[in-house]
Design a protein around this ligand. Structure first.
Ligand code: ZN
Ligand code: ZN
Length: 242
């Protein structure tokens, strides 16, 4: 019996539909996974092996700890987490295109990569949500990138996605602030949108980039204070400590 993959490659050769790689723009086959050419796919810095059980950052295989150094220093409200890539190279460029160059169709590529590489199904999740942006930011950009990914993952794995948080404050760039300043800046930035239906539920929060965990921690705190049971986080890319 002819292998389906080969059959589809043959079909692509006979009827090419001029699909291009979402990163470099070279021509690819419509059957190429994630709409990325082989070369670009190879350059994704997907995190493999042993990871910190709190933030998902890669840690040494021989480490006797379950947490990375940052998560050992901080007490987070979230109970566990994953991150797809290290924030560098191809994923960094794709994320910038996604956020600032109106390539909002990339959400589907990202959600496929997350579903195929992270074991979200091993978690007992009742509900998926996302880190909200302030309504003015959504108005000017036209979309919230984390919301698009969360809703697509929800559709693909069959777990409900809901907007349960509202961002009430436009915050400064947290990356450049000290730990204390970050805490003060983010404090009170989120309120509950809809209190119904998440008491004692396990929630997965989706966000695009993990830097210090401050924003995800504040979201987790608000959800836990309002009755959520376990909180897991999933980010597309995590910045490594400089
Ligand atoms: Zn490419
Ligand atoms: Zn960690």
């Amino acid at each position: 019996m002819i292998n389906l993959k080969i059959f589809s490659k043959i079909l692509d050769l006979i009827f090419p539909d001029k699909v291009t790689c979402v990163n470099c723009g070279c021509e690819i086959y419509s059957s190429d996974k994630y709409s990325l050419c082989e070369e670009c796919l190879k350059t994704l810095t997907i995190i493999k092996g042993k990871t910190c059980r709190i933030c998902g950052r890669g840690i040494s295989e021989i480490s006797s700890y379950e947490k990375c150094m940052e998560c050992r220093k901080n007490d987070f409200y979230f109970d566990g987490g994953f991150s797809l890539c290290v924030f560098s190279g191809t994923i960094k460029k794709l994320l910038m295109d996604f956020k600032y160059n109106e390539k909002n169709y990339l959400y589907s590529v990202f959600s496929d990569l997350i579903i195929d590489n992270l074991n979200l199904n091993d978690l007992d999740i009742d509900l998926i949500t996302f880190v909200p942006v302030h309504f003015t930011r959504k108005f000017f950009r036209g979309y919230n990138q984390s919301e698009l990914i969360a809703n697509d993952i929800s559709k693909k794995i069959g777990i409900n996605s809901k907007k349960i948080l509202i961002r009430t404050k436009i915050t400064k760039r947290l990356k450049v602030l000290s730990k204390e300043e970050r805490k003060n800046e983010i404090e009170g930035a989120f309120i509950i949108n809809n209190k119904k239906n998440f008491t004692r539920k396990n929630i997965l929060i989706i966000d695009d980039i993990y830097t210090t965990g401050t924003t995800l921690n504040e979201c987790s705190k608000v959800l836990k204070y309002n009755g959520a049971e376990k909180i897991y986080i999933c980010t597309l890319a995590i910045r490594c400590k400089d």
